[in-house]
Design a binder for this molecule. Structure first.
Ligand code: HEM
Ligand code: NFK
Length: 287
């Protein structure tokens, strides 16, 4: 084998298609014109590091689009008793979450001095106004109608969120699945007002405990519980990295969205989507 020398031209294989007139191409299929035209800095003169800031947010929104696509599908599959397929969707979401959590290290290369030079151009814009992020929170059960008010000027986003607010979450559907498959789930839980955030029910802890005390007898339900725990764990890791990245970039300044800043993000770490799945850990092995 000879190693090609650095300056050597790599020959094109003879069958590479080069006449692409009137054919679908990479760029046309992926709408790269629109996608790559969408990075528009607002700082004047344009600050070098604003590109990083924009790309970081846009890639996050693209991944959130996939997360929503998968979670909406997972919820429908659970409702249709196809838990296996739902778990495949959730497995994919978990990989996306890991990518999103890792991605914070790219933004962490933005220093406080660099960010301070263009932060003022962002006005009151804030991640708090990300409708896709709010949609994921709603789908996972962290419902809060007050979060809708920031979308008054975006009717399509508001309508989509309002619909999700009134629909059962992934966890609501999981508990209904358990009830359909012989597990004790109180009617008050099955018929709860799904526009409200989900709160712990002691009887459901007992139901989950029974599943954890006999994994072999409840394999699919048991595995599903653990997948949901992974999902929440990953979500918390993303929140934690966000909070820590914000701390290193703006310290404890107030947020552009009007919140207290890091304090607000820290409080979000106390939230739990699937309270019984965590409460059961304290019970297991107890008399
Ligand atoms: C320099 C980088 C960043 C800073 C300083 C920052 C700061 C903040 C602050 C202070 C808040 C609280 C709301 C407010 O008052 O504005 C917030 C919320 C939020 N940020 Fe960021 N952020 C940064 C990057 C990002 C990125 C890259 C994303 C990804 C999309 C993001 C997504 C969010 C979301 C979704 C919320 C709402 C969280 C919730 O409601 O629990 N942020 N951010
Ligand atoms: N809330 C941030 C600003 C910010 O990060 C941001 C601004 C515009 C669009 C998205 C943003 N990302 C997350 O909050 C701040 O207080 O500096």
């Amino acid at each position: 084998m000879t190693t090609p020398s650095p300056g050597a031209e790599r020959p094109l294989e003879p069958d590479i298609v080069t006449d692409l007139r009137d054919r679908m191409t990479y760029g046309s299929y992926l709408r790269l014109d629109a996608l790559l035209d969408a990075q528009v800095p607002v700082s004047e003169p344009a600050h070098h590091d604003e590109m990083l800031f924009i790309v970081q947010h846009q890639t996050t929104e693209l991944w959130l689009k996939l997360v929503l696509h998968e979670l909406v599908s997972a919820r429908a599959l659970i409702a249709a008793d196809d838990l296996q397929s739902a778990l495949k969707r959730i497995a994919r979401v978990k990989h996306v979450q890991r990518t999103l959590t890792e991605q914070w290290s790219v933004l962490a290369t933005l220093t406080p001095s660099e960010y301070a030079q263009f932060r003022g151009f962002l006005g009151h814009a804030s991640g708090f106004q990300s409708w896709q992020y709010r949609a994921v929170e709603f789908l996972l059960g962290n419902k809060n109608a007050r979060m809708l008010s920031v979308f008054d000027a975006e009717p399509a986003a508001r309508a989509g969120l309002d619909r999700l607010l009134h629909e059962p979450s992934v966890y609501d559907e999981f508990l209904r699945y358990l009830a359909r498959h012989g597990h004790d789930v109180p009617v008050r839980v099955l018929e709860r007002d799904v526009t409200q955030g989900y709160t712990l029910d002691e009887d459901v802890v007992g139901t989950i405990r029974a599943i954890y005390e006999d994994p072999e007898g409840n394999w699919l339900a048991y595995e599903s519980c653990e997948e949901l725990v992974d999902l929440e764990d990953n979500f918390q890791l993303w929140r934690f990295r966000h909070m820590k990245t914000v701390l290193r970039i703006i310290g404890t300044k107030r947020g552009t969205g009007g919140s207290s800043g890091v304090g607000f993000l820290e409080r979000a770490l106390d939230l739990t989507f699937f309270p019984e799945l965590f409460a059961v850990r304290t019970e297991i092995g107890r008399a």
